[in-house]
Ligand binder design. Structure first.
Ligand code: HEM
Length: 336
């Protein structure tokens, strides 16, 4: 997560099948941990069906999340870290929830596909795929510039940057031992209506966020890193960053409501050959209930962007910390 953005990403959510037990989950977590370690080192998995595809010169980053369903199916709900729980969404549930989340990123679409396929084969005896989402980001691995999303906006400016920010906002330091050093992720699939967005003026687009399209600077500032001046008015006495502007509504009230946003874009073929555009909005936080949910509630109530965006999926997971050699993902949870 504090690793650089990689251009291609796939998320796969699995549902556990066949009456999972701690014993069977221990076996599953051991084999997927082994697959993960090998693929991230540029090596094939033990049962790889396309072993020559791997390439140690091209990084593959793989992370895992455990959902509310994983904990409850194993009778481990009391082991959930503070503030962790579902962020429900009404309507179609096709992109909601899941017991386990697999997240693969690479600069190479081939290597993402390969890793997902091999791990999905390993998962077959334990779980069924619930939903999958492929996507991409605007990323140059050696660049520090903030990427753009499908609306053409610079997206990610107000993110944590320093190790201290990450320790405060992202990495859990309290709660059950198995989860300490990990994080909580909220995944929201958000459709973006590009035809209607494309039909409005640049000024209207900028007002809906409160930042300039050209360089991401606040409408009250000069450069991207300038803080927003939420009181500044124009010559006619109107607030320069409108009351319903997304960045104004989203910005932290106090010091707690901060988290890391690392969304990726999707551009899928929909029925009839049309494209379905949107964002897999990924938020990483120490505590969903305290830090993320109040911001989501504010934006759901009032946000100029709501005119062009529709949430169509929602899922949450605990991402345990990296496991040391000789151990496996969430071993302390399973054996604790
Ligand atoms: C398709 C949906 C969305 C789009 C296109 C979008 C776009 C943006 C853009 C362009 C910015 C300003 C630059 C930046 O600081 O990154 C921003 C800021 C922000 N967004 Fe979103 N966003 C979306 C959904 C959400 C959601 C669902 C949340 C949380 C529930 C959220 C939370 C935030 C926060 C916390 C900020 C920083 C505010 C600040 O302190 O300045 N966004 N977003």
């Amino acid at each position: 997560m504090s690793t650089p953005r990689l251009a291609r990403a796939t998320l796969v959510a699995f549902d556990l099948t066949g009456g999972p037990t701690r014993e069977s989950m221990g076996r599953m977590l051991q084999v997927v941990s082994d697959d993960t370690t090998r693929l991230m080192a540029g090596e094939p998995t033990l049962t790889d069906t396309a072993a020559y595809t791997v390439d140690p010169a091209i990084p593959v980053v793989i992370s895992w999340g455990l959902g509310h369903g994983f904990l409850t199916k194993l009778g481990l709900a009391a082991q959930a870290p503070p503030g962790f729980g579902p962020v429900p969404l009404a309507g179609d549930q096709a992109f909601c929830d899941g017991d386990i989340l697999l997240h693969v990123e690479s600069q190479s679409a081939l290597l993402v596909s390969h890793a997902v396929r091999q791990i999905t084969r390993t998962m077959e005896p334990f779980g069924a795929v619930r939903w999958t989402q492929h996507g991409f980001v605007d990323s140059a691995p050696d660049s520090l510039r903030t990427g753009r999303n499908l609306f053409g906006q610079i997206d990610g400016t107000a993110n944590p940057r320093t190790p201290e920010d990450f320790d405060d906002q992202v990495w859990m330091s309290d709660g059950p031992r198995w989860s300490r050093g990990g994080t909580q992720i909220v995944v929201r699939r958000i459709e973006m209506n590009l035809p209607t967005w494309d039909s409005i003026s640049e000024a209207e687009k900028e007002k809906s966020i409160g930042r300039r399209l050209s360089d991401g600077a606040p409408l009250t500032g000069r450069v991207e890193s300038d803080p927003m001046d939420l009181d500044a008015k124009d010559a006619a006495g109107r607030l320069m960053i409108p009351l319903n502007a997304h960045a104004r509504r989203a910005t932290s009230q106090g010091t707690v409501q901060k988290f890391l946003r690392r969304p990726f874009n999707y551009d899928d073929v929909a029925p009839g050959g049309l494209s379905s555009h949107g964002m897999m909005f990924l938020a990483y936080t120490t505590n969903i209930a305290e830090r993320f949910s109040p911001v989501l509630a504010r934006l759901t109530a009032v946000d100029a962007l709501n005119k062009w965006t529709t949430p169509v999926g929602s899922a949450t997971f605990v991402i345990p910390p990296a496991w040391p050699a000789g151990s496996f993902l969430a071993q302390e949870l399973i054996e604790g």
